[in-house]
Design a protein around this ligand. Structure first.
Ligand code: 13P
Length: 291
């Protein structure tokens, strides 16, 4: 049914305090599984690729398959470029047909983050109906080419967050609040819920304008997810869990069937397992039945 940008589906989510699942994929089988799970759950959904898979699968190939899947799905589907540090590559993906672009200039000084982010916002807004995500502060851990040591991770300052959003014109905003990419090393990661709530109040207190994104979904305890929804998280990014699902399922399947050479069967078990993971996240985020 619909090709949408991220902001279009997140405003309603932010208003009603549920969130859109945003799933990083590295293969086309995963991409199909994400859409199938969203259709099963009748949920709006975001497919994401970081830069590496976007380059090795090919952005035009990805967009062609995305459009085919989204056009025949009875739910809204967005294709998002995740954590791109290169303004030119952001523009290329916008030209190819990604519907949401994340320019990640968060490691740069504040003023440079603003000017790099604004270049992408200006381009995407003049190119068409493409929304842009910006980040302030840094999310710890590893996501593709983005590596941030724990002691380097800095939380977003709420006053600067408002200035960043106003001056860049980003459509959706990811403030660093202590969540991290990869697997959490502790059962109780230190997340600054109040910081998210405060930023949400300052940006969206008089009506939702700039919905907020929570990075580092994998491994977040369920009660943390509920609290983050309450505080204004309207998009949750999940990457590591899907990678582990793909590799663990493939390994297990092959280990038990060393004499079988039928790749389609491996794809089928990976797809089933991925669909189950995505479905569980959709339930946790409260987006089931919202499409
Ligand atoms: P995880 O790998 O921890 O799920 O984080 C994903 C993410 O935030 C991608 O931007």
């Amino acid at each position: 049914m619909s090709i949408v940008n991220a902001r279009e589906i997140m405003v309603e989510a932010a208003r009603e305090k549920y969130a859109i699942g945003a799933f990083n994929i590295t293969s086309l089988v995963q991409m199909e599984a994400v859409v199938e799970a969203a259709v099963e759950k009748r949920a709006p959904v975001i497919i994401q690729t970081s830069v590496k898979p976007s380059k090795f699968l090919g952005r035009d190939v990805l967009v062609a398959i995305y459009r085919t899947l989204a056009e025949s799905a009875p739910v809204p589907v967005c294709l998002h470029l995740d954590h791109c540090t290169d303004v030119e590559y952001c523009m290329k993906c916008a030209d190819s047909g990604y519907t949401n672009i994340m320019i990640d200039a968060s490691k740069l000084p504040f003023e440079d983050n603003i000017s790099e982010t604004k270049k992408v916002v200006d381009y995407c807004h003049s190119a068409g109906n493409i929304s842009v995500e910006g980040e302030l502060g840094t999310v710890g851990g590893v996501e593709d080419q983005i590596i941030v040591a724990e002691d380097e991770a800095a939380l977003a300052n709420p006053v600067q967050a408002v200035e960043f959003v106003e001056r860049t014109g980003v459509d959706i905003f990811a403030p660093a609040i202590g969540t991290a990419h990869g697997v959490y090393k502790t059962k109780n990661p230190k997340i600054d819920f109040e910081r998210l709530g405060k930023i949400n109040q300052m940006l969206n207190g008089n009506g939702v304008k700039t919905p907020l994104v929570v990075h580092g979904g994998t491994g977040l305890p369920e009660e943390y997810i509920q609290k983050l929804l309450e505080m204004g998280g309207a998009k949750f990014n999940v990457s590591t869990e899907l990678k582990h699902t793909l590799i663990d399922t493939t390994y297990e399947y092959i280990s038990n069937r060393r004499d079988e050479y039928d790749p389609g069967k491996i794809d089928a078990v990976v797809k089933d397992a991925t669909r189950a993971v995505v479905g569980r996240w959709i339930d946790l985020l409260g987006s089931a039945g919202k499409a």
